[in-house]
Design a binder for this molecule. Structure first.
Ligand code: FAD
Length: 306
């Protein structure tokens, strides 16, 4: 219930203004976001890499409405990739991209063109791009763009969401040699017609999908903070005889840092999804929806608005 309310609020511009101007909001944001600028992203990447972690950087923003905004997003990724290259931070750092930030909702061809430019820059920098998964109305388009990009950039990563009923079949399609697939539970509010609604059903789907990916020929990227699913992931890695460089765990910046360190100390590849930029509102709201404990902190921030 609370999750639905927060996810609905993530699309309200009125609540967005209220949240953005609350004095303590910045403290909450700082927990989950590296900072506003490319320099902030580089600083945090250096810290994480020094701690033995890999990184996927996300320039915040989604659902852009104009070609100008889409071009600005592309250019920020190009600047970021060139800085990562200059700082010799690749391949430890890659980038995650939301196609809706590149214009997918109003011009799919434009989004593909921009994503292609980002893939060219990533290849030149010696690293990879992963296409984030957004709400289910974009899934077909995103997988179609992925297929087109993989012709020239076969390491482009996909993201599949276990809460979608279709995902087990998508896992079978994508569990092919060299195919990088991030499996996550899914962060959007989705209708019952397309998505499992109970936590148990989502978790069961996650395990079925994980079995398909771990037993397949691709490169699974297991994105969860869930202790039970992480334990199952460790078990499947042993069962399917996957070496530490044949799959990875992924967690979000600021979430369970002790667990990130523990997994890295065990010898696993651990990638920290690290967002930066000013457009943090929708991202923050999804994080709050996942973790009721953060909501109390956040409510205090709102109440203190003078
Ligand atoms: C690297 C990465 C990339 C992602 N990319 C996408 C994407 O492209 N598209 C998309 O829709 N979603 C994405 N997500 C979000 C994902 O879909 C989930 O919404 C999010 O990860 C929460 O689900 P969970 O698996 O962590 O478990 P949850 O069901 O949120 O939590 C399960 C358990 O994990 C533990 N836990 C969770 N959070 C915390 C915390 N903050 N502190 C302590 N314990 C905690 C608790 O024990 C909790 O009961 C991504 C997630 C990660 C980690």
């Amino acid at each position: 219930m609370l999750r639905s309310v927060i996810l609905a609020a993530s699309r309200s511009s009125r609540i967005e203004r209220l949240v953005e101007t609350a004095p303590l909001t910045r403290d909450v944001v700082r927990r989950f976001v590296a900072g506003s600028t490319v320099d902030d992203a580089l600083r945090v990447t250096t810290e994480l890499v020094t701690d033995g972690l890999s990184v996927s950087l996300d320039y915040l923003g989604e659902d852009t409405e104009t070609p100008e905004q889409a071009t600005t997003t592309r250019d920020e990724y190009l600047r970021l990739l060139s800085a990562l290259r200059a700082g010799e931070m690749t391949p430890a750092a890659e980038v995650s991209v939301k196609l809706s930030a590149l214009g997918q909702r109003f011009d799919e061809k434009l989004a593909l063109e921009h994503a292609r430019a980002i893939c060219v820059a990533a290849t030149e920098a010696g690293t990879t791009v992963t296409l984030d998964a957004e709400d289910h109305t974009t899934t077909d388009s995103t997988l179609d763009i992925l297929t087109k990009l993989r012709i020239d950039f076969p390491t482009t990563g996909a993201v599949l969401q276990a809460y979608l009923r279709r995902t087990e079949a998508d896992c079978r399609e994508l569990a092919t040699t060299g195919s990088r697939v991030r499996l996550c539970k899914g962060a959007y509010k989705e209708p019952e017609s397309v998505a499992f609604q109970s936590n148990l059903d989502v978790d069961k789907s996650f395990v079925r999908c994980l079995n398909v990916l771990m037993s397949g020929d691709g490169y699974p990227m297991m994105a969860t903070h869930d202790p039970r699913l992480i334990a199952i992931g460790e078990d499947r890695a042993r069962w399917f005889d996957r070496a530490p460089d044949e799959f990875e765990f992924q967690l979000l910046y600021g979430v369970r840092p002790d667990e990130q360190a523990r997994l890295a100390a065990e010898g696993y590849t651990v990638r920290v999804y690290t967002p930066f930029g000013d457009q943090w509102y929708a991202y923050l709201m999804r994080r709050l929806a996942e973790r009721p404990a953060n909501v109390a902190f956040f409510a205090r921030a709102l109440r203190s608005k003078g």
